[in-house]
Every structure is written in structure tokens, then in C-alpha cells.
Design a protein around this ligand. Structure first.
Ligand SMILES: Nc1ncnc2c1ncn2[C@@H]1O[C@H](COP(=O)(O)OP(=O)(O)OP(=O)(O)O)[C@@H](O)[C@H]1O
Ligand SMILES: [Mg+2]
Length: 357
């Protein structure tokens, strides 16, 4: 199947420093793909090369199967929304939305209908005659979205569009953006460094790190089966236990952590020796009697988070580990862990992931 959008070896270098290493990416028609990653990982650079605002140093871009690497931005059928809403302050909301349509020479007879439809889509019909300064941040961002959707682009690029909004409004707008994606049926590429936002919105997440793609997959794939320590650490809360891979006398694999040997689930790519890291999510772990756990520790802190309680267990002294590592366990409401208590830590081996990279 032809991808809606494809990059082949697309790369950007500024003064010999790579902003994006050669990158291959395929995005399906109608997909919601999120570029997630820390600051400086190349998200905006990739997005702007797709939009045609930054010229690639190497590689190619294909839209609907045709090469678009050198195509003018206005010819690509791409709409863009930025963190700064970039509304024209001297124009009314209505004229702001109409602006892009006029630029694209939409016939006058169709203009009114298209602007009204775009304003209706973001529930801002009543605000057409206001000026941007007379709107809240969330309302301004809705207008920026309406302005982009008005000309019905088939690809919409959004670069941290909710970055300037407070948490509550951001969460509300995330649901709005999801609804708009479904209504429009367009392909969305969305940049954020907020993992919760990425998990909420995306069909797939493209995790970026140091100018390249670290891992790409559905939110569940990235959360349940991260391929690297970086991916495990970046998405969700992680307990990462570093140790040395050992083979037990009975042939089973184990990880030496401090003075403990922790059995690990057999896996095809498990090396016979060397450093590895075991990922255990807080919800896959449980507290036990000290002698019954794979590891033991002392409860350092108990945090009530509303839906459940988190016990933060300090591992250092009880396992002879060199560094004092914290291990978080999600506890059911009926359990009341106490600070200072010595506990064992157990988990379902099938839900723990061994990482060698
Ligand atoms: N015009 C430029 N000139 C020189 N270096 C640049 C330029 N634009 C970006 N860079 C560098 O390229 C790298 C990637 O930048 P980019 O803006 O793509 O990161 P980002 O992932 O969007 O980060 P953020 O989350 O902070 O927005 C950074 O190291 C940045 O300093
Ligand atoms: Mg950026």
C-alpha cells in the first residue's frame, strides 16, 4: 500500500551537527502519528522538512507516492499549527480564518461557508467578530486550528500546539483534537514532549532521541515492549534494575543485582553474559514478606495518588547493591504500607522486560 507520506533517508545537518540523521518514516493515510522526544531530538526539524519550511541536507520526501522533496510548501496540501498561535492581531477571528482561503484563491461564493464550517468545527461560531486579544489562550488555539482546517488539507502538522495552555485546558483540547482528527479523516503528525499527551492521542508514537528514531509503534507496544532503556525510561513510570546476566546451574537465566540473583523470563535475544537492565512497571510489581520477594527493600515514602497508593522502596542496603536504587510499587487501596517497613518485592516475570540496549 502506498503511504500517505514517506521519508527516505531524510536528513538535516547544521554546520556539521546533525539535527536529524537519515530517517525513514512511513505514515498511513488518516493516521495520527506523534513525534515524541526530549528537547533537541529533531522533532521540529523533521516536521519542518515535511512542510517544506526547512530544506533537507539529504534524502527524499514522498506524498501520495509522488516525490515532493523540492515542492513549494503551498503545493504540498499540508496545513500547519504551531505552539504560538500566530494569529494576525489586527484581523477579526473571521478574517483570520478566511485569510488562508483567500490566499488559496477560494471563490468568493464559497468563502463564507468554508469559514463558518471551520469555526463551527472548533465550536467558535459566536466569536467571528472578536479580535485575537479578546480571546483566551485556549480560544486562540481553537482559531489557529480552524484556520488550518479551513482549506481541508489532507496532512496536518502540529508542533506542540497545546504547549502554552495549562494542564486542565490542555487535556480538554487533546480530546478536541482527537475528535477533529476523526471528523476530518486527515493524516495528523503531532509533535510533543509530553508522554501522556502522546499516549492519549496517537495511533502510533515515533519516539525520537538524539536526532534519530529510537522506536516506533502503537502506544501499547512502546509501553509494554520498549526496545531500549531510553524508551522504557521516557514512557511511563519505570523501575529499571541494572545487573549482570548469569546462567543458573539449572540453565535458567538470571540477573545479578547487588548480591541477589533475580530470575528472568527466557528470551531469544538474551545474551549469555554482560550488562542488562530489567524493566518492571509499578503496576506489575507487588509487596511481599521480606523473605518472599526477588529483592528486598525498605519503604522510603508512601504517596497517595487518588486512585491508588505508591510505595517507594529503597533497595540499596538490603541487596548489597552499589547504588541506592528506588523501586516504585502500585499498591491496592486496602493495603497500607508504612514508611520504614522492610518488604520483599515480587513481580510477574512475563510482565518484566529485559533490555540490553
Ligand atoms: N536553524 C538552526 N540552526 C542550527 N541548529 C539548529 C537549527 N534548528 C535546529 N537546530 C538544532 O537541531 C537540533 C534539533 O532541533 P529541533 O528543533 O528539531 O528539536 P526539537 O526536538 O523540536 O526540540 P524541542 O522539543 O526543544 O522543540 C537541536 O540540537 C537544535 O539546536
Ligand atoms: Mg521543537
Amino acid at each position: 500500500m502506498t503511504a500517505k507520506l514517506e521519508t527516505v533517508g531524510l536528513a538535516k545537518t547544521y554546520r556539521e551537527t546533525p539535527a536529524l540523521l537519515p530517517t525513514d518514516l512511513r505514515v498511513a493515510a488518516g493516521e495520527f502519528l506523534t513525534l515524541l522526544g526530549p528537547s533537541g531530538s529533531g522533532k521540529t526539524t523533521l516536521l519542518q522538512m515535511i512542510a517544506g519550511l526547512v530544506e533537507p541536507s539529504a534524502g527524499q520526501l514522498f506524498i501520495d507516492g509522488r516525490e515532493a522533496t523540492q515542492e513549494a510548501p503551498g503545493k504540498r496540501g499540508i496545513g500547519m499549527v504551531f505552539q504560538s498561535y500566530a494569529l494576525f492581531p489586527h484581523m477579526t477571528v473571521w478574517d483570520n480564518v478566511a485569510y488562508g482561503l483567500r490566499m488559496r484563491r477560494l471563490p468568493k461564493a464559497e468563502l463564507g461557508g468554508a469559514v463558518d464550517a471551520a469555526l463551527a468545527m472548533v465550536k467558535m461560531q459566536a466569536f467571528g467578530q472578536r479580535f485575537p486579544t479578546e480571546l483566551s489562550g485556549g480560544q486562540q488555539q481553537r482559531i489557529a486550528l480552524a484556520r488550518c482546517f479551513a482549506f481541508r488539507p489532507s496532512i496536518i502538522l502540529l508542533d506542540e500546539p497545546l504547549g502554552a495552555l495549562d494542564k486542565k485546558l490542555r487535556e480538554h483540547m487533546q480530546l478536541e483534537i482527537r475528535r477533529l482528527h476523526q471528523e476530518l479523516g486527515a493524516t495528523f503528525i503531532y509533535v510533543t514532549h509530553d508522554q501522556d499527551e502522546a499516549l492519549t492521542l496517537s495511533d502510533r508514537i515515533c519516539l525520537m532521541n538524539q536526532a534519530r528514531i529510537e522506536q516506533i509503534g502503537t502506544p501499547a507496544e512502546l509501553y509494554d515492549r520498549p526496545a531500549t532503556r531510553f524508551a522504557a525510561d521516557f514512557l511511563g513510570h519505570s523501575n529499571l534494575l541494572d545487573g549482570l546476566v548469569k546462567t543458573l546451574p539449572d540453565g535458567r537465566a538470571a540477573l545479578r543485582i547487588g548480591n541477589r540473583l533475580v530470575p528472568v523470563a527466557p528470551s531469544a535475544d538474551l545474551p549469555a553474559s554482560g550488562q542488562a537492565c530489567l524493566l518492571v512497571r509499578p503496576e506489575a510489581a507487588r509487596l511481599t514478606a521480606p523473605a518472599d520477594g526477588a529483592l528486598a527493600g525498605t519503604i522510603r515514602e508512601v504517596v497517595f495518588v487518588g486512585s491508588d497508593t505508591r510505595a517507594i522502596v529503597s533497595l540499596g542496603n538490603d541487596n548489597g547493591a552499589a547504588a541506592d536504587v528506588d523501586f516504585t510499587v502500585r499498591c491496592p487501596r486496602n493495603l497500607s504500607p508504612r514508611v520504614g517497613e522492610t518488604v520483599g518485592l515480587a513481580w510477574d516475570h512475563a510482565r518484566a522486560t529485559l533490555l540490553t540496549r
